[in-house]
Design a protein around this ligand. Structure first.
Ligand SMILES: [Zn+2]
Length: 199
């Protein structure tokens, strides 16, 4: 049996606790009637304890490895969080500076050298990072359409194909006229769908 995995439920004296088994061995004499059984029980108990010990060591090592892995992952998450905090700070500064720049332009217009000079503030801010609208780009000569087409989350395009600045029922419209046309059509459709004729 030595070397085979020991099942405590089935082994000789498996029902005894380790202490009870140790006492049984301690009280063993050559002329004890169950001498053979106690010796077998003691051998199986030692083997079982040895296997249990090996299993626990393996389990401990596995937990240790997992803890190291978790701690490495934790460190990486913290690092990422720090990075995103820094990024957030940088973005906040950029937005802040843009607002201050527009405020300076407004001050120039209202209290300084007028609108023409105020626009120099804006132009300088765009020239630096090469952000002046290229004349070849679509809508580069129409302020509203340029904004509608290039803002971060544009509305859906108008049915005429142009960028939108009016949003209604999930649809976008480029101007009041197209918005009214769509609304009128929707109204006619709603009346038709009610059904029923009086004649
Ligand atoms: Zn339109």
């Amino acid at each position: 049996m030595t070397g085979d995995p020991i099942d405590k439920e089935k082994m000789c004296f498996g029902h005894l606790t380790d202490l009870e088994m140790a006492n049984k061995v301690r009280m063993l004499y050559r002329d004890t009637l169950d001498h053979e059984a106690v010796v077998t029980g003691a051998r199986d108990r030692i083997m079982w304890l040895s296997q249990e010990n090996a299993r626990l060591i393996a389990e401990r090592d596995e937990y240790k490895a997992k803890m190291i892995e978790f701690s490495e992952k934790g460190k990486a998450v913290l690092k990422e969080r720090e990075k995103s905090k820094e990024l957030n700070k940088d973005f906040s500064k950029i937005i802040h500076d843009h607002v201050v720049l527009m405020q300076a332009a407004w001050i120039e217009w209202q209290h300084g050298k007028g609108a023409e000079k105020a626009m120099v503030w804006i132009e300088n801010a765009l020239i630096g990072p090469g952000q002046l609208p290229d004349e070849d780009e679509p809508y580069s000569t129409e302020s509203q359409a340029w904004y509608d087409a290039n803002k971060a989350d544009p509305f859906p395009k108008c049915f005429c194909g142009r960028p939108s600045n009016i949003l209604w029922m999930g649809k976008g419209f480029c101007c009041e006229q197209h918005y009214s046309e769509a609304k009128a059509k929707e109204l006619v459709f709603a009346v038709d769908s009610e059904g029923g004729h009086c004649d």
